[in-house]
Design a binder for this molecule. Structure first.
Ligand code: AMP
Length: 188
């Protein structure tokens, strides 16, 4: 069993790389963003609780996020491995994830951060804006999500770094080259 956490700001290419990793390694993909979107789309009680927060681009409180993640883990007792995408985003989430893994007799084997600077992410999004003609509120939300990453989520990296568990891959360049770098880490 291999469990992996893929880290990176919005616009870093996490979605693209996750897809390729799942295809190659058969991970069960756990994207808390996708799960929250499913709940809001289906108007579940959880969806109703988080809709406003998500619309504002802010992070959902840990208590709600961690409970949802635990439920998802419990639904997949026979998984060959998990790829966590968009989770953890805070230190309490990272601690909870370690505990859940330990309780199941496993661990997070790889934590990989796609290293893309705030400047690069903002440039990519500015470029995309000229092509997509996105609505202003979408822009505003995206800006908030980037702020949430660089003010909150980035503090999870020292948690893993201090335990010598953090791998960093340069996230700017060709998709296939970045994928190759990810696979080299997983092979080790
Ligand atoms: P994403 O698609 O991963 O960027 O997630 C979309 C939105 O879902 C985020 O802007 C947050 O509001 C919420 N969300 C997703 N994952 C988390 C998480 N691990 N902790 C808190 N909020 C989250």
């Amino acid at each position: 069993m291999i469990n992996l956490v893929l880290f990176g700001p919005p616009g870093a290419g996490k979605g693209t790389q996750s897809e390729k990793l799942i295809h190659k390694y058969g991970f069960v993909h756990i994207s808390t963003g996708d799960l929250f979107r499913w709940h809001t789309k289906n108007d579940t009680p959880l969806g109703r609780r988080v809709k406003e927060i998500m619309n504002s681009g802010l992070l959902v409180p840990d208590e709600i996020t961690i409970a949802m993640l635990k439920e998802e883990l419990d639904k997949n007792p026979n998984a060959k491995g998990f790829l966590f995408d968009g989770f953890p985003r805070t230190v309490p989430q990272a601690e909870a994830l370690d505990k859940f893994m330990k309780d199941n007799g496993t661990a997070i084997h790889y934590v990989i951060a796609l290293d893309v600077t705030e400047e690069e992410v903002r440039n990519r999004i500015a470029k995309r804006r000229t092509i997509d003609n996105r609505a202003d509120d979408e822009e505003d939300k995206l800006n908030k999500r980037i702020n949430e990453y660089f003010t909150k989520t980035i503090h999870v990296l020292p948690y893993y770094e201090s335990q010598k568990r953090l791998n960093t891959v340069h996230g700017i360049g060709e998709v296939d080259q970045i994928f190759k770098s990810l696979c080299e880490i997983i092979k080790t």
